[in-house]
Each structure stands twice: as structure tokens, then as C-alpha cells.
Design a protein around this ligand. Structure first.
Ligand SMILES: [Zn+2]
Length: 391
């Protein structure tokens, strides 16, 4: 019954918009979804009748009659979100239907294994909630992981960077440690979702590139994460580029984009030129000090990434490319990517294409993870029979 399916889809999108705080009234829902006022009203009435949405007082909208504020029933409490990186983790407590209540950063040693790291991060998250005066009100939690994620088994596969993590159900470890349901996601996907929710909902097709020590990308199709057949969609870093020659890559192959465009590659190239650098942050500092050698290397690195993105743009025809990660804070890197794409991709693809830096910065993954948790809480509340709520 196509009509019923489409009504369900619209109502789910309405729940997500209200739950995320992006739409608080029927009018804002109509603007976001491009549906008529009467259609929106029908769906909202149905959701109110089913006890999923409630109507409160008036919102503080500007001008005219003030619309009544829509809220999700039972959407109280907070979400705990973790963005796990190679050497540190960012923790966030996010209000349901609202913004970030607080964040903190802690150093981590991934090599101590999944159990130890998750236990420590859970303690830190609860401590952060405590400092914010929000203990006991956690509704769900999630974590973004720096590697390909198997959602079915809730595992991360990144054996070279994360020894002792393979095959561990990270979602269960986190959920058990915090006593709430939990989700896991790849960090580039979480960043893509976070940027998407911070921006225009009309940009339904996006590619979010995370360019830091490593390079990753998340792909959103119709506003949803596209994972592909084996969950690795968007992993552009192991695309072979001519300029990389035979340079060995962490994946075991040679000549990958990662070996010429990543922060790790820039560190290696600068060290070969006798620079005293050990991490991506050192590269950033050199470029900010207008070091000519570092700036040229960074510009070349951006150009190679832009070449690969040309093929992505021609194939996928996105509305927007968001550039995140530490290297995307460098103007020479971003402008090299931009000019490469505008010169190299088909004019029909670039005519309306926006290429923008991440607006959320370090919080993009926190926002993305919180969105995934919120969606899982919504699925649980609406008991969508097509998908398990927490997977
Ligand atoms: Zn590779």
C-alpha cells in the first residue's frame, strides 16, 4: 500500500524534526518538508492521537499569530555522546530536542583494549553529567569510532590502530557500563550526519570529508547515511592516485590517497625535509606561521584530495561537500580542494554545488552521534517493525 508507506515515512520525518528541535510548529514542519499545511496538520493530528506528540504553549516565533509548540511525548533527559579518536576522546552531554549541554576531552590509549577504554570513557561521561547536574537522566548513549563499523555485530574493524578491539561488541560494552541503550557509528558517518543536521535540510545529498591525520568521508543520500554493501561507503582514502607512486600505505596497498593527502603523509614529507614534526598539529602550526615549504606541501595535498573528489562529485552529484577535520582549518588546503573540483568536475555537477567548511568543528561527531541515539529512541517509541531500534 504505497499511500500508507508514504504517510509513515512523512510521520517519521516529522518525529525526527520535532525531536531534534529543528521544527517546533506546524509551519516549521511544512517549511522543512515542503508539504502543504493541511497535509502536515493531518499527520500531526494522527501523531497526537497516537500519543507520540503533544502540543504545548506558544513558541516565540516572530510576527503574526504565534504557533503552538509541538513536543515529543516522553522526550526528556539527555544523551551521552563519545567521539573516540586516536589519542583522545571528546565527550558530550546533549539535551533531547536541543543543543549540547557540555563537553570535555580526555586522553585515551586505544591499545589498552575495548573493555578498559569504554569503561574509562563511561566513567568520564557520567562525571561530566554529574558536573552539569544531570546525573540519572541519561536516556541513551552512542560512540563514534575511528574505523569501519559493522553495525550488525556492533564491532569496529581497525586492527592496525585498535589492537584488542576486533570482534568486541562496543555497543554492548557502552550500554552495560552506562545502563542505557546505545549505538555505535563510524566517525566520518557521524560527522556527516552532524553537519547535515546543523545545515539546510534541503541539502539532502552530501559528502562530508574528514581530513586529519587520516582521511575519511561520510555519504548522505536523501538525508540518510549511505553505508554500501559492506559498510565501507565513503572510504576514499585508499583510492590510488598517480602522484603517490609506490608509497606504501597502512592498508597494505601502494599509492593510496592517504599517502599524499593526510596529516600523517604531511608529517612524513616534512620529516624527510628535516623538519622537527611528529603530529598533524605540528603541520598546522607551520602553515599558520606561513612556512613556505609546509604551505606548498599542504596545497599539493589538497589538490590530490580534490582530484579524487572530482570523480566522487561526477558520480554522485551532491548538493554540498562539507570539509571537516584538522586540515580543513587550513585555507591553502581548502582552496586547493575547491579549485580542483570546480576546474575538474562536470559543469552540470558544480553549477549548484556548495563546498563548505564544517561549522560544528570538533562537535560535529557529538551532534551526529546524538542524532543517531535520538532516532533509535524514536524507533523504540514508535516501535517501527521494519528495523530493530538499537542496532
Ligand atoms: Zn591504502
Amino acid at each position: 500500500m504505497p499511500r500508507q508507506t508514504s504517510a509513515t515515512a512523512a510521520e517519521n520525518r516529522i518525529l525526527v524534526l520535532i525531536g531534534s528541535g529543528r521544527a517546533r510548529s506546524r509551519r516549521e514542519l511544512a517549511e522543512n518538508l515542503g508539504l502543504s499545511a493541511s497535509t502536515i496538520s493531518q499527520h500531526v493530528q494522527s501523531l497526537i492521537a497516537r500519543g507520540l506528540v503533544t502540543e504545548g504553549g506558544t513558541t516565540t516565533s516572530s510576527g503574526g499569530r504565534r504557533p503552538r509548540e509541538l513536543r515529543l511525548v516522553g522526550s526528556t533527559g539527555f544523551i551521552g555522546a563519545i567521539d573516540l579518536g586516536g589519542g583522545h576522546a571528546r565527550l558530550g552531554i546533549v539535551r533531547r530536542g536541543g543543543g549540547i549541554a557540555g563537553t570535555s576531552e580526555v586522553p585515551v590509549d586505544l591499545a589498552t583494549g575495548a573493555e578498559n577504554v569504554i569503561a574509562e570513557l563511561s566513567r568520564e561521561l557520567l562525571a561530566l553529567a554529574g558536573r552539569l547536574g544531570l546525573d540519572g537522566s541519561l536516556a541513551g548513549a552512542g560512540i563514534a569510532l575511528p574505523g569501519p563499523v559493522d553495525l550488525r555485530h556492533r564491532t569496529v574493524e581497525s586492527p592496525s590502530r585498535m589492537p584488542g578491539w576486533s570482534g568486541r561488541d562496543v555497543g554492548a560494552l557502552l550500554g552495560d557500563a552506562l545502563g542505557v541503550p546505545s549505538v555505535i557509528e563510524n566517525d566520518a558517518n557521524a560527522m556527516a550526519l552532524g553537519e547535515h543536521f546543523a545545515r539546510s535540510p534541503r541539502a539532502q545529498h552530501s559528502v562530508t570529508v574528514k581530513a586529519g591525520t587520516a582521511i575519511g568521508a561520510g555519504v548522505l543520500v536523501d538525508g540518510q547515511i549511505h553505508r554500501g554493501a559492506t559498510g565501507a561507503a565513503g572510504d576514499i582514502t585508499h583510492t590510488r592516485v598517480t602522484a603517490a607512486g609506490d608509497t606504501p600505505c597502512s592498508c597494505g596497498n601502494r599509492g593510496c590517497l592517504e599517502t599524499v593527502s593526510s596529516g600523517a603523509a604531511l608529517v612524513r614529507e616534512l620529516r624527510a625535509k628535516q623538519y622537527d614534526v611528529t603530529r598533524t598539529a605540528d603541520v598546522l602550526a607551520l602553515v599558520r606561521d606561513a612556512d613556505p615549504v609546509a604551505t606548498t606541501l599542504v596545497r599539493t595535498a589538497g589538490r590530490h584530495l580534490g582530484e579524487v573528489l572530482c570523480a566522487v562529485v561526477n558520480f554522485f552529484n551532491p548538493n554540498v561537500i562539507y570539509l571537516g577535520g584538522a586540515l580543513s582549518t587550513l585555507e591553502p588546503y581548502v582552496s586547493a580542494i575547491r579549485s580542483q573540483i570546480y576546474e575538474g568536475a562536470h559543469p552540470l555537477m558544480t553549477r549548484d554545488l556548495a563546498i563548505e567548511r564544517s561549522t560544528l568543528g570538533a562537535d560535529a561527531n557529538i551532534v551526529g552521534v546524538a542524532r543517531l541515539v535520538e532516532e533509535a529512541l524514536l524507533r523504540e517509541a514508535t516501535s517501527d517493525p521494519h528495523r530493530a531500534a538499537w542496532s
